[in-house]
Each structure stands twice: as C-alpha cells, then as structure tokens.
Design a binder for this molecule. Structure first.
Ligand code: C2O
Ligand code: CU
Length: 475
C-alpha cells in the first residue's frame, strides 16, 4: 500500500476543521467573517499563458531597458479573475536560468506555492509547468519568481493577480499601481551586480530610479466625482514606501489582499516589499482642473510617484460602503506564549560574504533544491525545522537582533499583529507581510488552515537570498 503524502493527510484534517468551524470549533471560528476557511470553486476555469523571457521594453516615459519580463511587459500582465474561478497558468521558462512562480498572498495548495526544492523542482530553461488553484480570497495579490529572486524580480519579473469579489462594488474605475525602484548603472541598464556587500549590509538593493507601473512620470486622469479603487503593490527588492496623498480623499479598504474592518487613514502605512494596499479614492465633484501629487515620503524628501489630474465633465459618484471584515481582536490571547520565536540576525560568511539568518541558521537554497533534484519525492524534500498545528491558534514572535529592516512574510496563511516590543497592537486587519524595524520584537497571531511546508522569510530579497528564510510545517 502506498503511504499517503502529508498533503493528503492534511486535507483530511482540514476537512475536520471545516466541519467543526461550521458548528463552532474554537480557533477556526475566530476567522468567521474575516476570511474564508476554504475555497468555493464556481466551476469556471480561467486559463492564462505566461512566459518569462529576456525582453527590450520601452516604458511609458520613453525609457528603454533590457529586462526579464512576463509576456514581454514590465510590470507583467495583470491576471484578473472572479472569486470562485479556478486559475490555470501554463508557465514557460525562456530565461537563461531556472525559475518558479510564487503567488504572493494567495492561499494555494502547497504544491502550487512555487518554492523550488520545497514544493516543486525548479523549472529549467525551456520547460513548462502548469499552476492551478482556486483562490479562497478576493483581493490584490501578485506573482514573482522564488528562485534567485533578488536578481529575477529586480530584472522585471512580477505581475499582479486581481481576484475580484463575487459581486464587485460599482467603482467608477479600478487602477493598479505597481511601486518599484531600479538600480541603473551609468550605461542606463540594470546594474548587473546582485547581492552586493553594500546591499547585504543595508536594507537590500535600493534603486536610483523609482517607478510606478514602470514609469517615472505616471499620471492618472480622472473626472470630477469619480470613485476609484487603487490597488497598490510594492514589488521593490528593498525599498519601503509611505504615501503622501497630496490632499486626495483616500481610505485604506484592504491590506495584503484582505478587507479591513473599517476604512483607515493611508498616511500611516509603511508599504514594505511584498505589501499591498487597496485605496478607495473619491474625487470631489468640484475638483475639475485640480491636480494631486502622490508622493513617497519614506526616508526621503517627498518623491513624486503619480500625478492625478482632474478634468472633463462631472460624473455621479457611486455611493456604497466597501466590504468590511470581522477581524478578531484576540485580546484574550495576551498571555499565550509564542509557539515559535524567530531571531533575525546576520553573520559573516556564506556565498555572499554576509549571511542573514533566522535562529542562527542561513537557509541553504542549493541543499533544498538538491534534495528534490536527486529524485526525492515532493514530500521527502527539505524538511521544516518548525511545526505549526493546523487549525489551531498560534503566536509567533520575530525578534530583530539586527539594526536593519526585515519585512517578514509567511506563505500560505494570514496573520494579525498582536504586539510591537511587547506593547499590544490591535490592527483591524490581517496581513501576510509585516515590517520589523531595527531591534524590534513583533508578535503575530495566526490560525493556519492549509497543510504543507510554508516559507517564512524576509521580503528584502537580498536578505532572503543570503539566508533569511526558513520553513514551517503546518499539520
Ligand atoms: Cu513574495 Cu516568498 O514571497
Ligand atoms: Cu531582512
């Protein structure tokens, strides 16, 4: 008899969680109204072809750049589906390197998570791999390589996945803003040294050109009265964005894909690499002729990002309330000890001269891939050091022992901030990435609902590449 792989065993347990949650199981029930326990496929399959390849791109502002791109554009395509649709992506690798696609923030079956050596073998040049999953959540997500990502994402490999609500609100329009920066050399091309000592000693590779949707002069033309849903994604290797909205009436309605409990002020948000923010923007009916400048003000004098120009005849503003999630406070868990503590630090050594570590260990990418390449079955690949119980509430603690930033991202689940430096924080939303500042301790709570081996890593890609990654086993 063939032994069931862990994923199949997990499914059995998951079914139990689902059944219990309906009747009132303690932990998964916490999430009722916050996000769904399982996918509800509607029978529609949305098929896409995505190819990664070198390309010459002319950006909207006229710049030309030799990049690596999904389907020939940077940003890559925005894949747009409805909640309940099944996403099927036939992916072909025409890069000079192996790669994979990771669906950032999407709760996919573990085998679709795109982590080489852990959930699938690397996709070699010339090979094709089909990703298929039914998103459980509506929201703004993105996809990117999970192999040599500090190089591959920097060269231009990223795209957006929009999962629309089953019944979307009637916004006047929807706009995606992909925030990025590029480090260009004197020749105007992408600076070809990656994971430099400078990058590693700092907060990764920060560029000398900031772009929105690939453009240094992105512009949004709107009519007076319009109500716009802006979907922001930070795809930069290391740069954090914080918005100045120049007087725009904008409210945060979703963070990392999921709706917040109520509309929030965007100014306070640090949009770290990996984070998404959805804004509900209303242009006043008397704003014709006005121009708003959206700027980045994180660690910099205000840098213009987008100019919003209001012109044309006035339109009727759609009136509706955005969806509101029921986000548990978890105040009753204040005394529950962390099940996992992850200490973040660096040491000399490793292939780049500096290795970023979690609990003193630098993740070994080659060993992970070797384990799978040498004929090991999927479930025999890299084993995770730590375990989180499926369907059960856990506290995780990130202890930043260093003086650098670490936007910590966990695959396959959402978590909620509980405390910073021991001071309780009640954010009215879930996240998949949280920025941990210098010497800071951050506690988060989560109820993992998907079995498998999931990555926990810093989303500053140079930190991740030099070792700041680990795995947790959810079962
Ligand atoms: Cu967006 Cu593991 O990453
Ligand atoms: Cu980091």
């Amino acid at each position: 008899m063939r032994l069931l792989p862990p994923a199949a065993l997990g499914l059995v347990v998951l079914a139990g969680v689902t059944a219990l949650s309906a009747g009132g199981a303690p932990d998964a029930r916490d999430l009722a109204g916050a996000y769904s326990v399982r996918a509800r496929p509607n029978g529609t399959v949305r098929a896409f072809d995505v190819t990664a390849a070198p390309a010459d791109v002319t950006f909207p502002d006229g710049r030309r750049l030799h990049v690596w791109a999904y389907n020939g554009t940077v940003p890559g395509p925005t894949l747009r589906v409805r909640l309940g649709d099944t996403v099927r992506v036939r992916f072909t690798n025409h890069l000079p390197q192996p790669t994979t696609i990771h669906w950032h923030g999407v709760r996919v079956p573990n085998a679709m998570d795109g982590v080489p050596g852990v959930t699938q073998p690397a996709i070699q040049p010339g090979e094709t791999f089909t990703y298929e999953f039914t998103p459980k959540d509506a929201g703004t997500f993105w996809f990117h390589p999970h192999l040599r990502s500090s190089e591959q994402i920097e060269r231009g490999l990223f795209g957006v996945l929009v999962v629309e609500d089953a019944a979307p609100r009637p916004y006047s329009r929807e706009v995606v803003w992909v925030l990025d920066d590029w480090l260009l050399g004197r020749d105007g091309e992408i600076f070809p040294q990656f994971n430099t000592r400078h990058d590693l000693m700092h907060d990764g590779r920060w560029g000398n050109v900031i772009t929105v949707n690939g453009s240094t002069s992105e512009r949004l033309d709107v009519a007076p009265g319009e109500r716009v849903r802006l979907r922001l994604v930070n795809v930069a290797n290391g740069r954090v964005f914080q918005l100045g909205l120049g007087g725009l009436d904008a409210r945060v309605i979703a963070v990392d894909g999921l709706y917040t409990a109520r509309p929030l002020d965007p100014g306070a948000f640090e949009i770290a690499p990996g984070n998404r923010l959805d804004l509900d923007v209303t242009i006043p009916p008397d704003a014709a002729g006005r121009r708003y400048t959206v700027v980045n003000r994180f660690r910099s004098p205000d840098t213009p990002l987008v100019s919003v120009a209001v012109a044309g005849p006035r339109v009727t503003t759609p009136r509706f309330a955005p969806p509101a999630a029921a986000v548990p406070a978890w105040a009753d868990r204040a005394a529950v000890a962390p099940r996992l503590t992850l200490r973040l630090n660096a040491r000399a050594g490793g292939p780049f001269g500096i290795a970023w570590t979690i609990n003193d260990v630098a993740f070994d990418h080659d060993a992970a891939m070797g384990a799978m390449d040498h004929g090991a079955a999927e479930h025999d690949g890299m084993t995770a050091a730590d375990r989180l119980p499926l369907g059960t509430w856990s506290r995780l603690r990130f202890v930043n022992e260093s003086y650098r930033l670490h936007p910590m991202h966990i695959h396959g689940l959402f978590f909620k901030l509980l405390a910073r430096n021991g001071v309780p924080v009640d954010e009215p939303f879930f996240r998949d990435t949280v920025l941990v500042h210098a010497q800071e301790t951050v506690d988060v709570g989560t109820v993992p609902l998907d079995p498998g081996r999931w990555m926990v890593h810093c989303h500053i890609l140079e930190h991740a590449e030099s070792g700041m990654m680990t795995l947790v086993d959810v079962r």
